[in-house]
Write a protein that binds this ligand. Structure first.
Ligand code: ADP
Length: 546
Protein backbone atom coordinates (compact mmCIF):
# COMPACT_ATOMS: atom_id res chain seq x y z
CA UNK A 1 0.00 0.00 0.00
CA UNK A 2 1.40 3.39 -0.92
CA UNK A 3 0.36 6.91 0.07
CA UNK A 4 -0.43 8.36 3.46
CA UNK A 5 -3.18 7.26 5.79
CA UNK A 6 -5.75 9.84 6.74
CA UNK A 7 -5.81 10.16 10.50
CA UNK A 8 -9.22 9.89 12.15
CA UNK A 9 -10.48 12.86 14.12
CA UNK A 10 -11.79 11.34 17.30
CA UNK A 11 -10.97 12.01 20.94
CA UNK A 12 -8.44 9.92 22.74
CA UNK A 13 -9.91 9.80 26.21
CA UNK A 14 -7.87 7.55 28.49
CA UNK A 15 -9.54 4.30 29.50
CA UNK A 16 -9.25 4.45 33.28
CA UNK A 17 -10.74 2.31 36.04
CA UNK A 18 -12.01 5.43 37.83
CA UNK A 19 -14.16 6.02 34.75
CA UNK A 20 -15.88 2.68 35.35
CA UNK A 21 -16.95 3.51 38.88
CA UNK A 22 -17.98 7.04 37.91
CA UNK A 23 -20.14 5.58 35.17
CA UNK A 24 -21.61 3.07 37.59
CA UNK A 25 -22.44 5.74 40.15
CA UNK A 26 -24.16 7.94 37.61
CA UNK A 27 -25.90 5.23 35.61
CA UNK A 28 -26.57 2.40 38.04
CA UNK A 29 -26.59 4.11 41.47
CA UNK A 30 -29.23 1.83 42.94
CA UNK A 31 -27.82 -1.49 41.78
CA UNK A 32 -27.52 -3.69 44.82
CA UNK A 33 -24.33 -5.37 45.98
CA UNK A 34 -24.85 -8.18 48.48
CA UNK A 35 -22.00 -9.74 50.46
CA UNK A 36 -21.58 -12.50 52.96
CA UNK A 37 -19.06 -11.07 55.41
CA UNK A 38 -16.30 -12.70 57.43
CA UNK A 39 -18.21 -11.32 60.42
CA UNK A 40 -20.88 -13.89 59.49
CA UNK A 41 -23.78 -11.65 58.46
CA UNK A 42 -25.12 -10.53 55.09
CA UNK A 43 -24.34 -6.97 54.08
CA UNK A 44 -26.22 -4.93 51.46
CA UNK A 45 -25.54 -1.61 49.85
CA UNK A 46 -25.64 0.00 46.44
CA UNK A 47 -23.25 0.93 43.66
CA UNK A 48 -23.57 4.55 44.82
CA UNK A 49 -22.30 3.57 48.27
CA UNK A 50 -19.43 1.62 46.70
CA UNK A 51 -18.43 4.63 44.60
CA UNK A 52 -18.46 6.93 47.63
CA UNK A 53 -16.39 4.56 49.71
CA UNK A 54 -13.87 3.98 46.90
CA UNK A 55 -13.23 7.75 47.01
CA UNK A 56 -12.73 7.47 50.76
CA UNK A 57 -10.17 4.73 50.03
CA UNK A 58 -8.39 7.12 47.67
CA UNK A 59 -8.31 9.82 50.36
CA UNK A 60 -6.92 7.27 52.80
CA UNK A 61 -4.11 6.38 50.37
CA UNK A 62 -3.28 10.05 50.06
CA UNK A 63 -3.11 10.33 53.84
CA UNK A 64 -0.76 7.32 53.88
CA UNK A 65 1.52 9.09 51.40
CA UNK A 66 1.04 6.52 48.70
CA UNK A 67 2.58 7.59 45.41
CA UNK A 68 1.29 6.69 41.94
CA UNK A 69 2.53 3.25 40.95
CA UNK A 70 3.04 2.06 44.55
CA UNK A 71 1.79 -1.46 45.20
CA UNK A 72 -1.02 -1.90 47.70
CA UNK A 73 -1.99 -5.47 48.44
CA UNK A 74 -5.29 -7.13 49.31
CA UNK A 75 -5.72 -10.51 50.94
CA UNK A 76 -9.46 -10.89 50.92
CA UNK A 77 -12.52 -12.88 49.89
CA UNK A 78 -15.13 -11.68 47.44
CA UNK A 79 -16.96 -8.89 49.20
CA UNK A 80 -17.97 -5.24 49.03
CA UNK A 81 -14.83 -3.95 50.75
CA UNK A 82 -12.63 -5.75 48.26
CA UNK A 83 -14.79 -4.24 45.49
CA UNK A 84 -14.13 -0.74 46.89
CA UNK A 85 -10.38 -1.40 46.88
CA UNK A 86 -10.53 -2.42 43.21
CA UNK A 87 -11.68 1.08 42.31
CA UNK A 88 -10.18 3.14 45.13
CA UNK A 89 -6.62 1.83 44.78
CA UNK A 90 -6.43 1.69 40.98
CA UNK A 91 -8.44 4.87 40.53
CA UNK A 92 -5.97 6.69 42.78
CA UNK A 93 -3.12 5.58 40.49
CA UNK A 94 -1.64 2.93 42.78
CA UNK A 95 -1.48 -0.75 41.85
CA UNK A 96 -3.75 -3.25 43.59
CA UNK A 97 -1.84 -6.47 44.16
CA UNK A 98 -4.45 -9.14 44.87
CA UNK A 99 -2.84 -11.93 46.87
CA UNK A 100 -4.03 -15.50 46.66
CA UNK A 101 -4.26 -16.78 50.25
CA UNK A 102 -3.93 -20.36 49.07
CA UNK A 103 -0.30 -19.86 48.07
CA UNK A 104 2.23 -21.56 50.34
CA UNK A 105 3.80 -19.38 53.04
CA UNK A 106 7.12 -19.14 51.15
CA UNK A 107 5.30 -18.06 48.01
CA UNK A 108 3.37 -15.41 49.95
CA UNK A 109 6.63 -14.06 51.33
CA UNK A 110 8.17 -14.12 47.88
CA UNK A 111 5.39 -12.23 46.10
CA UNK A 112 4.86 -9.61 48.82
CA UNK A 113 8.57 -8.80 48.75
CA UNK A 114 8.85 -9.06 44.99
CA UNK A 115 5.92 -6.68 44.49
CA UNK A 116 7.26 -4.43 47.30
CA UNK A 117 3.79 -4.02 48.75
CA UNK A 118 3.57 -0.97 51.03
CA UNK A 119 0.29 -1.79 52.79
CA UNK A 120 -1.83 -4.91 52.95
CA UNK A 121 -5.61 -4.75 53.32
CA UNK A 122 -6.57 -8.03 54.94
CA UNK A 123 -9.79 -9.88 55.76
CA UNK A 124 -10.20 -11.20 59.32
CA UNK A 125 -9.77 -14.79 58.07
CA UNK A 126 -6.28 -14.13 56.79
CA UNK A 127 -4.78 -12.15 59.69
CA UNK A 128 -3.13 -15.31 61.11
CA UNK A 129 -1.56 -16.03 57.70
CA UNK A 130 0.22 -12.68 57.82
CA UNK A 131 1.13 -12.99 61.50
CA UNK A 132 2.94 -16.22 60.66
CA UNK A 133 5.12 -14.61 57.98
CA UNK A 134 5.38 -11.12 59.43
CA UNK A 135 9.09 -11.26 60.20
CA UNK A 136 9.83 -12.07 56.55
CA UNK A 137 7.85 -9.19 55.04
CA UNK A 138 9.31 -6.26 56.86
CA UNK A 139 9.03 -3.92 53.90
CA UNK A 140 5.28 -3.74 54.52
CA UNK A 141 4.54 -0.51 56.41
CA UNK A 142 1.13 -1.42 57.77
CA UNK A 143 -1.83 -3.77 57.77
CA UNK A 144 -5.40 -2.60 57.40
CA UNK A 145 -7.93 -5.10 58.68
CA UNK A 146 -11.17 -5.19 56.68
CA UNK A 147 -13.65 -5.26 59.54
CA UNK A 148 -15.94 -3.19 61.76
CA UNK A 149 -14.32 -1.39 64.66
CA UNK A 150 -15.81 -3.74 67.28
CA UNK A 151 -14.49 -6.78 65.38
CA UNK A 152 -10.88 -5.61 65.31
CA UNK A 153 -8.85 -8.62 66.47
CA UNK A 154 -6.00 -8.64 68.94
CA UNK A 155 -3.08 -9.17 66.59
CA UNK A 156 0.68 -9.36 66.68
CA UNK A 157 0.83 -7.53 63.33
CA UNK A 158 2.72 -4.30 63.73
CA UNK A 159 0.88 -1.18 62.71
CA UNK A 160 -2.46 -2.92 62.27
CA UNK A 161 -5.45 -0.61 61.89
CA UNK A 162 -9.15 -1.03 61.36
CA UNK A 163 -10.44 -0.26 57.85
CA UNK A 164 -13.81 1.08 58.96
CA UNK A 165 -12.24 3.37 61.56
CA UNK A 166 -9.84 4.75 58.97
CA UNK A 167 -12.52 5.15 56.31
CA UNK A 168 -14.83 6.97 58.72
CA UNK A 169 -12.25 9.73 58.99
CA UNK A 170 -12.03 10.27 55.25
CA UNK A 171 -14.07 12.54 53.03
CA UNK A 172 -16.00 10.97 50.17
CA UNK A 173 -14.99 13.83 47.90
CA UNK A 174 -12.02 13.01 45.72
CA UNK A 175 -11.23 14.10 42.16
CA UNK A 176 -9.94 11.06 40.33
CA UNK A 177 -6.65 11.92 38.64
CA UNK A 178 -6.32 11.59 34.90
CA UNK A 179 -3.23 9.81 33.61
CA UNK A 180 -1.90 7.59 30.86
CA UNK A 181 -4.19 4.62 30.33
CA UNK A 182 -1.15 2.38 29.98
CA UNK A 183 -0.35 2.88 33.68
CA UNK A 184 -0.45 -0.28 35.79
CA UNK A 185 -3.75 -0.78 37.63
CA UNK A 186 -3.47 -4.16 39.33
CA UNK A 187 -1.31 -7.23 39.53
CA UNK A 188 -1.67 -10.92 40.15
CA UNK A 189 0.95 -13.62 40.46
CA UNK A 190 0.57 -16.97 38.72
CA UNK A 191 0.42 -19.82 41.18
CA UNK A 192 3.48 -21.40 39.60
CA UNK A 193 3.59 -25.18 39.64
CA UNK A 194 7.38 -24.97 39.35
CA UNK A 195 9.67 -22.19 40.50
CA UNK A 196 8.58 -18.87 41.95
CA UNK A 197 5.26 -17.29 41.03
CA UNK A 198 5.49 -14.72 38.24
CA UNK A 199 3.87 -11.28 38.39
CA UNK A 200 1.35 -10.20 35.77
CA UNK A 201 0.82 -6.44 35.68
CA UNK A 202 -2.50 -5.32 34.20
CA UNK A 203 -2.89 -1.79 32.86
CA UNK A 204 -5.94 0.46 33.09
CA UNK A 205 -6.32 0.16 29.34
CA UNK A 206 -6.12 -3.64 29.29
CA UNK A 207 -8.56 -3.93 32.20
CA UNK A 208 -11.15 -1.60 30.70
CA UNK A 209 -10.98 -3.14 27.22
CA UNK A 210 -11.23 -6.62 28.75
CA UNK A 211 -14.27 -5.53 30.75
CA UNK A 212 -15.96 -4.00 27.70
CA UNK A 213 -15.36 -7.14 25.67
CA UNK A 214 -16.49 -9.53 28.37
CA UNK A 215 -19.95 -8.11 29.04
CA UNK A 216 -21.47 -9.08 25.66
CA UNK A 217 -23.64 -12.10 24.92
CA UNK A 218 -20.72 -13.74 23.13
CA UNK A 219 -18.78 -13.60 26.39
CA UNK A 220 -20.24 -13.49 29.91
CA UNK A 221 -23.58 -11.97 28.90
CA UNK A 222 -23.87 -9.46 31.76
CA UNK A 223 -26.58 -6.79 31.69
CA UNK A 224 -28.34 -4.43 34.08
CA UNK A 225 -31.00 -7.11 34.41
CA UNK A 226 -28.49 -9.78 35.51
CA UNK A 227 -27.75 -10.87 39.01
CA UNK A 228 -24.58 -12.88 39.31
CA UNK A 229 -22.67 -14.80 41.92
CA UNK A 230 -18.92 -14.76 41.28
CA UNK A 231 -17.45 -17.68 43.21
CA UNK A 232 -14.32 -17.17 41.15
CA UNK A 233 -12.15 -15.26 43.59
CA UNK A 234 -11.32 -11.60 43.49
CA UNK A 235 -7.89 -12.66 44.80
CA UNK A 236 -7.02 -14.42 41.55
CA UNK A 237 -7.22 -12.70 38.14
CA UNK A 238 -9.73 -10.14 39.37
CA UNK A 239 -12.62 -12.61 39.54
CA UNK A 240 -12.38 -12.90 35.75
CA UNK A 241 -12.74 -9.11 35.51
CA UNK A 242 -16.38 -9.26 36.68
CA UNK A 243 -16.20 -6.38 39.20
CA UNK A 244 -15.31 -4.09 36.30
CA UNK A 245 -17.96 -5.61 34.04
CA UNK A 246 -20.53 -5.07 36.80
CA UNK A 247 -19.62 -1.40 36.93
CA UNK A 248 -20.19 -1.10 33.18
CA UNK A 249 -23.51 -2.92 33.11
CA UNK A 250 -24.98 -2.35 36.55
CA UNK A 251 -25.51 -6.07 37.06
CA UNK A 252 -26.25 -7.00 40.66
CA UNK A 253 -23.39 -8.80 42.40
CA UNK A 254 -23.78 -11.37 45.14
CA UNK A 255 -20.46 -11.94 46.89
CA UNK A 256 -20.05 -15.26 48.73
CA UNK A 257 -17.28 -14.08 51.10
CA UNK A 258 -15.73 -17.03 52.90
CA UNK A 259 -18.74 -19.30 52.31
CA UNK A 260 -17.51 -21.40 49.41
CA UNK A 261 -19.03 -24.75 50.42
CA UNK A 262 -22.14 -26.17 48.78
CA UNK A 263 -24.52 -25.39 51.65
CA UNK A 264 -23.43 -21.74 52.03
CA UNK A 265 -23.58 -21.15 48.29
CA UNK A 266 -27.06 -22.65 48.08
CA UNK A 267 -28.26 -20.50 50.97
CA UNK A 268 -27.14 -17.38 49.09
CA UNK A 269 -28.55 -18.58 45.76
CA UNK A 270 -31.88 -19.35 47.38
CA UNK A 271 -32.01 -15.92 49.02
CA UNK A 272 -30.75 -13.74 46.15
CA UNK A 273 -31.87 -15.71 43.07
CA UNK A 274 -28.89 -15.06 40.78
CA UNK A 275 -29.30 -16.05 37.14
CA UNK A 276 -25.58 -16.43 36.51
CA UNK A 277 -22.88 -18.25 38.48
CA UNK A 278 -19.15 -18.17 37.73
CA UNK A 279 -16.46 -20.46 39.07
CA UNK A 280 -14.10 -23.40 38.68
CA UNK A 281 -15.32 -27.02 38.33
CA UNK A 282 -14.38 -28.09 41.89
CA UNK A 283 -16.75 -25.53 43.38
CA UNK A 284 -19.62 -26.71 41.19
CA UNK A 285 -18.98 -30.33 42.11
CA UNK A 286 -19.54 -29.35 45.74
CA UNK A 287 -22.68 -27.39 44.93
CA UNK A 288 -24.13 -30.14 42.71
CA UNK A 289 -23.48 -32.77 45.38
CA UNK A 290 -25.15 -30.57 47.95
CA UNK A 291 -28.18 -30.02 45.71
CA UNK A 292 -28.47 -33.80 45.24
CA UNK A 293 -28.31 -34.35 48.98
CA UNK A 294 -31.16 -31.93 49.68
CA UNK A 295 -33.12 -32.83 46.53
CA UNK A 296 -33.54 -29.23 45.34
CA UNK A 297 -33.20 -27.50 41.98
CA UNK A 298 -31.28 -24.31 41.17
CA UNK A 299 -34.46 -22.56 40.00
CA UNK A 300 -33.15 -19.06 39.28
CA UNK A 301 -29.89 -20.03 37.58
CA UNK A 302 -29.89 -19.84 33.79
CA UNK A 303 -26.17 -19.94 33.04
CA UNK A 304 -23.08 -21.22 34.81
CA UNK A 305 -19.71 -20.04 33.53
CA UNK A 306 -17.08 -22.69 34.18
CA UNK A 307 -13.36 -22.16 33.61
CA UNK A 308 -9.95 -22.58 35.19
CA UNK A 309 -9.99 -26.31 34.43
CA UNK A 310 -11.92 -28.33 31.91
CA UNK A 311 -15.62 -28.76 32.63
CA UNK A 312 -16.30 -32.51 32.61
CA UNK A 313 -19.11 -33.75 30.36
CA UNK A 314 -20.88 -35.15 33.42
CA UNK A 315 -21.11 -31.61 34.81
CA UNK A 316 -22.44 -30.10 31.57
CA UNK A 317 -25.13 -32.80 31.57
CA UNK A 318 -25.94 -32.49 35.26
CA UNK A 319 -26.49 -28.72 35.16
CA UNK A 320 -28.75 -29.09 32.14
CA UNK A 321 -30.72 -32.15 33.13
CA UNK A 322 -31.12 -31.63 36.87
CA UNK A 323 -31.17 -27.82 37.03
CA UNK A 324 -32.15 -26.59 33.59
CA UNK A 325 -28.99 -24.46 33.55
CA UNK A 326 -26.69 -23.97 30.57
CA UNK A 327 -22.99 -24.48 31.22
CA UNK A 328 -20.86 -21.87 29.46
CA UNK A 329 -17.39 -23.31 29.19
CA UNK A 330 -14.64 -20.68 29.20
CA UNK A 331 -10.89 -20.76 29.00
CA UNK A 332 -8.26 -18.24 29.97
CA UNK A 333 -5.32 -17.62 32.21
CA UNK A 334 -3.78 -15.10 34.58
CA UNK A 335 -1.64 -13.80 31.73
CA UNK A 336 -4.80 -13.11 29.70
CA UNK A 337 -6.74 -10.99 32.25
CA UNK A 338 -8.06 -13.86 31.99
CA UNK A 339 -10.69 -14.31 29.25
CA UNK A 340 -9.56 -16.06 26.07
CA UNK A 341 -12.38 -18.18 24.73
CA UNK A 342 -16.02 -18.61 25.72
CA UNK A 343 -18.42 -21.29 24.58
CA UNK A 344 -21.57 -19.18 24.68
CA UNK A 345 -25.01 -20.26 23.56
CA UNK A 346 -25.72 -19.65 19.87
CA UNK A 347 -28.21 -20.42 17.10
CA UNK A 348 -26.18 -23.31 15.76
CA UNK A 349 -26.60 -25.12 19.07
CA UNK A 350 -30.36 -25.01 18.60
CA UNK A 351 -30.05 -27.20 15.52
CA UNK A 352 -28.14 -29.91 17.37
CA UNK A 353 -29.43 -32.87 19.31
CA UNK A 354 -28.83 -32.57 23.04
CA UNK A 355 -25.99 -35.09 22.87
CA UNK A 356 -24.32 -33.22 19.99
CA UNK A 357 -24.74 -29.98 21.89
CA UNK A 358 -23.04 -31.44 24.97
CA UNK A 359 -20.11 -32.51 22.80
CA UNK A 360 -19.80 -28.96 21.50
CA UNK A 361 -20.15 -27.45 24.99
CA UNK A 362 -17.24 -29.56 26.20
CA UNK A 363 -14.94 -27.55 23.90
CA UNK A 364 -13.33 -24.52 25.53
CA UNK A 365 -15.07 -22.16 23.12
CA UNK A 366 -14.34 -19.46 20.59
CA UNK A 367 -12.14 -16.41 21.11
CA UNK A 368 -13.78 -13.27 22.37
CA UNK A 369 -13.12 -10.45 19.90
CA UNK A 370 -9.77 -8.97 20.88
CA UNK A 371 -8.07 -12.32 21.36
CA UNK A 372 -6.25 -13.81 18.38
CA UNK A 373 -5.08 -17.39 18.64
CA UNK A 374 -3.24 -20.00 16.62
CA UNK A 375 -1.64 -23.38 17.15
CA UNK A 376 1.95 -24.09 16.13
CA UNK A 377 4.39 -26.99 15.97
CA UNK A 378 7.86 -27.16 17.49
CA UNK A 379 9.26 -25.08 14.62
CA UNK A 380 6.62 -22.40 15.39
CA UNK A 381 4.86 -23.10 12.10
CA UNK A 382 1.11 -22.48 12.10
CA UNK A 383 -0.97 -25.66 12.07
CA UNK A 384 -4.35 -26.14 10.35
CA UNK A 385 -7.69 -25.35 12.01
CA UNK A 386 -9.13 -28.76 11.30
CA UNK A 387 -10.24 -29.75 14.80
CA UNK A 388 -7.80 -32.68 14.77
CA UNK A 389 -4.25 -31.40 14.51
CA UNK A 390 -2.94 -30.21 17.81
CA UNK A 391 -0.12 -27.93 18.76
CA UNK A 392 1.07 -25.26 21.18
CA UNK A 393 -1.56 -22.58 21.65
CA UNK A 394 -0.32 -19.02 21.06
CA UNK A 395 -2.37 -15.88 21.70
CA UNK A 396 -2.10 -12.12 21.34
CA UNK A 397 -4.33 -9.14 22.01
CA UNK A 398 -4.74 -5.93 24.01
CA UNK A 399 -5.32 -7.70 27.36
CA UNK A 400 -2.59 -10.31 26.99
CA UNK A 401 0.74 -10.16 28.81
CA UNK A 402 3.77 -8.65 27.18
CA UNK A 403 6.35 -9.54 29.84
CA UNK A 404 6.40 -10.63 33.49
CA UNK A 405 6.95 -8.06 36.24
CA UNK A 406 10.66 -7.60 37.08
CA UNK A 407 11.53 -10.82 35.28
CA UNK A 408 13.50 -11.07 32.04
CA UNK A 409 12.42 -14.59 31.20
CA UNK A 410 11.22 -14.25 27.63
CA UNK A 411 10.73 -17.94 26.95
CA UNK A 412 6.94 -17.61 26.75
CA UNK A 413 7.02 -14.89 24.11
CA UNK A 414 7.33 -15.83 20.45
CA UNK A 415 7.36 -13.11 17.76
CA UNK A 416 4.74 -10.94 19.44
CA UNK A 417 2.65 -13.90 20.59
CA UNK A 418 2.31 -15.37 24.07
CA UNK A 419 2.81 -19.12 24.41
CA UNK A 420 0.07 -20.29 26.77
CA UNK A 421 1.76 -23.58 27.68
CA UNK A 422 -1.43 -25.32 26.58
CA UNK A 423 -1.72 -27.84 23.77
CA UNK A 424 -4.92 -27.43 21.77
CA UNK A 425 -6.87 -28.04 18.58
CA UNK A 426 -8.87 -25.36 16.74
CA UNK A 427 -11.71 -26.35 14.41
CA UNK A 428 -13.02 -24.71 11.26
CA UNK A 429 -15.55 -22.66 13.29
CA UNK A 430 -12.74 -21.43 15.56
CA UNK A 431 -13.78 -23.60 18.52
CA UNK A 432 -10.68 -24.31 20.56
CA UNK A 433 -10.27 -27.49 22.57
CA UNK A 434 -7.58 -27.81 25.21
CA UNK A 435 -5.84 -31.14 24.80
CA UNK A 436 -3.55 -30.72 27.79
CA UNK A 437 -0.96 -28.56 29.47
CA UNK A 438 2.16 -29.12 27.36
CA UNK A 439 3.99 -30.51 30.39
CA UNK A 440 1.17 -32.92 31.35
CA UNK A 441 0.52 -34.54 27.98
CA UNK A 442 1.56 -38.23 27.97
CA UNK A 443 3.90 -39.25 25.19
CA UNK A 444 3.23 -42.90 24.50
CA UNK A 445 5.42 -44.31 21.72
CA UNK A 446 5.56 -40.93 19.94
CA UNK A 447 1.76 -40.45 20.12
CA UNK A 448 0.14 -38.04 22.55
CA UNK A 449 -2.48 -38.92 25.14
CA UNK A 450 -4.42 -36.12 26.79
CA UNK A 451 -4.37 -36.50 30.56
CA UNK A 452 -7.35 -34.12 30.76
CA UNK A 453 -9.54 -36.20 28.43
CA UNK A 454 -8.72 -39.32 30.40
CA UNK A 455 -9.49 -37.63 33.72
CA UNK A 456 -12.79 -36.31 32.41
CA UNK A 457 -13.81 -39.72 31.11
CA UNK A 458 -12.89 -41.44 34.38
CA UNK A 459 -14.55 -38.91 36.68
CA UNK A 460 -17.85 -39.67 34.94
CA UNK A 461 -17.85 -42.94 36.91
CA UNK A 462 -20.54 -42.48 39.55
CA UNK A 463 -18.35 -43.89 42.33
CA UNK A 464 -15.28 -41.76 41.67
CA UNK A 465 -14.91 -38.33 43.23
CA UNK A 466 -11.75 -37.05 41.58
CA UNK A 467 -9.23 -38.40 39.08
CA UNK A 468 -5.72 -37.48 38.08
CA UNK A 469 -3.79 -38.92 35.16
CA UNK A 470 -0.01 -38.72 34.90
CA UNK A 471 2.61 -40.25 32.66
CA UNK A 472 4.89 -42.91 34.16
CA UNK A 473 8.04 -44.31 32.58
CA UNK A 474 7.52 -47.40 30.48
CA UNK A 475 10.14 -49.79 29.08
CA UNK A 476 8.56 -50.10 25.64
CA UNK A 477 6.40 -46.98 25.12
CA UNK A 478 8.54 -44.38 26.98
CA UNK A 479 5.50 -43.18 28.90
CA UNK A 480 2.14 -44.67 29.73
CA UNK A 481 -0.84 -43.22 31.63
CA UNK A 482 -1.44 -43.95 35.31
CA UNK A 483 -4.82 -43.11 36.80
CA UNK A 484 -4.91 -41.97 40.43
CA UNK A 485 -8.48 -41.90 41.69
CA UNK A 486 -10.40 -41.03 44.84
CA UNK A 487 -13.40 -43.29 45.44
CA UNK A 488 -16.61 -42.21 47.15
CA UNK A 489 -16.41 -43.10 50.88
CA UNK A 490 -18.36 -46.38 50.76
CA UNK A 491 -17.27 -47.47 47.30
CA UNK A 492 -15.46 -50.79 46.79
CA UNK A 493 -14.96 -50.57 43.02
CA UNK A 494 -11.78 -52.15 41.69
CA UNK A 495 -9.18 -51.29 39.10
CA UNK A 496 -10.91 -53.69 36.74
CA UNK A 497 -14.27 -51.93 37.18
CA UNK A 498 -12.74 -48.59 36.28
CA UNK A 499 -10.96 -49.97 33.21
CA UNK A 500 -14.15 -51.63 32.03
CA UNK A 501 -16.06 -48.39 32.53
CA UNK A 502 -13.48 -46.55 30.41
CA UNK A 503 -13.23 -49.19 27.69
CA UNK A 504 -16.04 -47.82 25.48
CA UNK A 505 -15.26 -44.16 26.19
CA UNK A 506 -11.70 -43.80 24.94
CA UNK A 507 -9.35 -45.35 22.37
CA UNK A 508 -8.03 -48.71 23.55
CA UNK A 509 -4.41 -47.58 23.55
CA UNK A 510 -5.35 -44.73 25.90
CA UNK A 511 -6.48 -47.10 28.66
CA UNK A 512 -4.36 -46.44 31.78
CA UNK A 513 -1.76 -49.10 32.55
CA UNK A 514 -2.76 -48.98 36.20
CA UNK A 515 -5.46 -47.49 38.41
CA UNK A 516 -4.33 -46.54 41.90
CA UNK A 517 -6.87 -45.53 44.53
CA UNK A 518 -5.71 -42.69 46.76
CA UNK A 519 -7.26 -40.77 49.67
CA UNK A 520 -6.41 -37.31 48.43
CA UNK A 521 -4.80 -35.46 45.54
CA UNK A 522 -2.62 -32.32 45.75
CA UNK A 523 -3.87 -29.04 44.26
CA UNK A 524 -2.32 -25.70 43.34
CA UNK A 525 -3.46 -22.48 44.95
CA UNK A 526 -6.01 -22.09 42.17
CA UNK A 527 -7.47 -25.53 42.70
CA UNK A 528 -5.75 -27.30 39.82
CA UNK A 529 -4.23 -30.74 40.18
CA UNK A 530 -0.60 -30.39 41.13
CA UNK A 531 1.02 -33.09 39.07
CA UNK A 532 4.72 -32.28 39.50
CA UNK A 533 5.15 -34.14 42.78
CA UNK A 534 2.90 -37.01 41.71
CA UNK A 535 4.92 -37.49 38.55
CA UNK A 536 8.06 -37.75 40.67
CA UNK A 537 6.46 -40.15 43.14
CA UNK A 538 5.11 -42.51 40.49
CA UNK A 539 7.81 -42.05 37.86
CA UNK A 540 9.04 -45.65 38.10
CA UNK A 541 5.81 -47.29 39.15
CA UNK A 542 5.28 -49.22 35.92
CA UNK A 543 8.94 -50.25 35.64
CA UNK A 544 8.84 -51.57 39.21
CA UNK A 545 5.54 -53.40 38.87
CA UNK A 546 6.20 -54.83 35.37
P1 ADP B 1 -2.45 -20.35 37.43
O1 ADP B 1 -2.06 -18.98 37.72
O2 ADP B 1 -2.67 -21.21 38.61
O3 ADP B 1 -1.71 -21.06 36.33
P2 ADP B 1 -4.50 -19.72 35.63
O4 ADP B 1 -5.88 -19.40 36.00
O5 ADP B 1 -3.69 -18.70 35.01
O6 ADP B 1 -3.92 -20.21 36.97
O7 ADP B 1 -4.42 -21.06 34.79
C1 ADP B 1 -4.47 -21.04 33.39
C2 ADP B 1 -4.50 -22.43 32.85
O8 ADP B 1 -5.62 -23.16 33.36
C3 ADP B 1 -4.69 -22.49 31.37
O9 ADP B 1 -3.49 -22.28 30.69
C4 ADP B 1 -5.25 -23.87 31.16
O10 ADP B 1 -4.26 -24.84 31.13
C5 ADP B 1 -6.08 -24.08 32.38
N1 ADP B 1 -7.49 -23.81 32.05
C6 ADP B 1 -8.18 -22.67 32.25
N2 ADP B 1 -9.46 -22.82 31.83
C7 ADP B 1 -9.57 -24.06 31.34
C8 ADP B 1 -10.63 -24.82 30.73
N3 ADP B 1 -11.83 -24.33 30.56
N4 ADP B 1 -10.35 -26.07 30.34
C9 ADP B 1 -9.12 -26.61 30.50
N5 ADP B 1 -8.10 -25.96 31.06
C10 ADP B 1 -8.31 -24.71 31.48
Amino acid sequence: MTGQLLVGQMMERPLLISGLIEHAEQTHPNTEIVSRRCEGDIHRYTMKDAAKRSRQVANLLQRLNIAPGDRIASLAWNGYRHFELYFGVSGYGAVLHTINPRLFAEQLVYIINHAEDRYIFVDLTFVPLLEAIQEHIQGVEGFIVLCDEDKMPATSLSNAQCYETLLNNESDVFAWPEFDERAAASMCYTSGTTGNPKGVLYSHRSTVIHAMASVGEEALGLASTSCFLPVVPMFHVNAWGTPYSAAITGAKQVFPGPGMDGASLWELIDAEQPDLLLGVPTVWLMLLNHMDSIGKKLESVKNVVVGGSAAPMSMIRKFQESHDAFLIHAWGMTEMSPIGTVNSHNNHMESLSLEERYQLQAKQGRPVYGVEMKIVNDANETLPRDGKTFGRLLVRGPWIINGYYKNDDTSSFVDGWFDTGDVATIDSNNYMTIVDRSKDVIKSGGEWISSIDLENAAVGHPELVECCVIGARHAKWDERPLLLAIRKPESTITEQDVLEYLSDKIAKWWLPDAVIFVDSLPHTATGKLLKVDLRKEYENFLLETA
